[in-house]
Design a protein around this ligand. Sequence first.
Ligand code: ZN
Ligand code: ZN
Length: 287
Amino acid sequence: MGPNGSTCVVLLGSGTPRPDPSRSGPATAIVVNDTPYLIDFGPGVIRRAAAAYEQGVTAFGPGVANLATAFLTHLHSDHTMGYPDLIFTPWLMGRRVPLAVYGPKGLKAMTENILKAWAVDLGVRTIGGHARAPCEVAVHDLTPGLVYRDENVSVTAFPVHHGDDLDAFGFRFVTPDRTIVLSGDTSPTQSLIDHCDGCDILIHEAYPLSGTDRTSPQWQEFRRTHHTSSKELADIANTVKPGLLVVYHHSNVRGGPMGSASTEVLLDEIQQSYKGRVVVGCDLDVF
Ligand SMILES: [Zn+2]
Ligand SMILES: [Zn+2]
């Protein structure tokens, strides 16, 4: 997968903050010309990338050492708890270039604090006969607009709405053969619709409406202001008409585990009004 000239999406983690053993924390890779680009790094990200490598996504490299470019939608812990793993493990396994990370304000401070927290380890691994080159991270603050471009991809960040208290972004990736839009965590936002023109794959979060009336008013209000319901996602998809809609970061019915029954409920709610191609993503799915 991901041979020269082709683009694929690898869902590394399709989960939420709930520690579901079958769904890692939010993390998605877009692979172009055998080069991986990561969006979000929830808990489990590097193990899942290693699993994808074993399943044929060779772009990650042995030990995931080829993972060197990452983007972050927002600073919530479920999207960032794999950050030390992303910084240190590929470096230990042979990454010889600085890790380049593009994220909201606050990511620089998080990075500096992680490097400080692991100072003892970094000290012992960079001295003596088996010393490695220093572990370097280049952090770039995101602002809306074109944030990255190389021979494989151009990446545009756009603001989304994930409550009132933190910066949150979605991303539009344009590669030689595909346009992919990723929502991040958001309630319905016009800026996402504006960035979906010609979109082959829309990767979007959603929660099911079934059972919502049995949750607390506070919880309902939180979901309404921070996330997107199945019905709202169907409306968005009917507007932007993606080639394929991939639902990720999907929460479950009434907070229980995300079994196949919950997946069916979510899919059914979306398909009540959206008739295009749609899948509810699982970890290690490749599109
Ligand atoms: Zn979030
Ligand atoms: Zn989240």
